[in-house]
Design a protein around this ligand. Structure first.
Ligand code: DGL
Length: 270
């Protein structure tokens, strides 16, 4: 299934995790132009202060929107969405949508009413998550697992390093055998963690893995249908990537970005 929207879509993440989201949305909305923007100086966001993160994102969005006519901004970062989305919407006059942990969807799948959320420290310890956990506590047990180690690991693998995923095995070894006391449904609440979906399916054979990226794409399609008035004549250009500082290390990412479909890696000043 795909839709023929011809939008100019900015996808933002702290690092390369949003590329996994880009891959997924590009299949559903293939005729749009994508502007992938990552904050390679601010990465990771999962252990940084809220104001630091929102100040950077505001500058980044303004800078990209000065260069390109953007129809929709997607914050493809659960951490940034949880911490800054309402502020971004208040302060900026662009259509902005975020990727958020798909907890409510998980409640529809769990059979033993025990769910696990795997996400960054900031996400796990946020007021947003604790409110949801409180509201659902009448029926569901929600085990929260913060892991910045997996964020760093995923980012490195996405950059092209060949690394062992043993940290993933360590975290979940205890749940290999299904029993009543372990969650039967695991939510990936960080865009970077989509990278581990097939590994997790392998490690946790009998469990359901919910990828928040994929769930969010449905919401985005509805959001576009109801909120976005765009120029039908948007011309197809090639997808562009942007970072905030072009170090030697970042320049090497051009190869990775080309592999994903980005013809050029540009730099914006913030
Ligand atoms: N990709 C971000 C998320 O979805 C996390 C990475 C980071 O800590 O910057 O939460």
């Amino acid at each position: 299934m795909y839709v023929k929207y011809k939008l100019n879509i900015m996808i933002f993440d702290s690092g390369l995790g949003g590329l996994l989201f880009y891959n997924q949305i590009k299949r559903i909305i293939p005729y749009s132009n994508y502007f992938y923007v990552f904050d390679n100086t601010g990465f990771p966001y999962g252990n940084k202060d809220k104001n630091y993160i929102s100040n950077r994102i505001i500058k980044i969005i303004n800078s990209i929107c000065k260069l390109n006519k953007i129809d929709l901004i997607i914050i493809a970062c659960n951490t940034a969405s949880i911490l800054t989305l309402s502020e971004l919407r208040k302060l900026l006059d662009y259509p902005i949508i975020g990727v958020l942990p798909a907890i409510r969807i998980a409640t529809k799948f769990t059979k033993n009413n025990h769910i696990c959320l795997l996400a960054t420290n900031n996400t796990i310890y946020s007021a947003y998550i604790s409110n949801i956990v409180d509201k659902l506590s009448y029926k569901y047990t929600i085990t929260l697992i913060p892991s910045m180690q997996l964020v760093y690991l995923a980012e490195k693998i996405l950059q092209g390093y060949y690394l062992s995923i043993s940290p993933l095995y360590k975290i979940f070894a205890m749940w290999k055998d299904s029993n009543k006391n372990t969650p039967d449904t695991i939510i990936l609440g960080c865009t970077h963690f989509s990278l581990f979906t097939s590994n997790l399916l392998h490690i946790l054979k009998k469990k359901i893995i919910i990828d928040s990226n994929i769930i969010t794409i449905n919401f985005i399609l509805n959001f576009i249908k109801n909120n976005i008035h765009y120029n039908q004549n948007n011309r197809f250009i090639y997808d562009k990537a942007y970072c905030v500082s072009l170090t030697k290390k970042t320049k090497n990412l051009s190869i990775v970005l080309k592999y994903y479909g980005f013809e050029s890696l540009n730099v914006i000043s913030i």
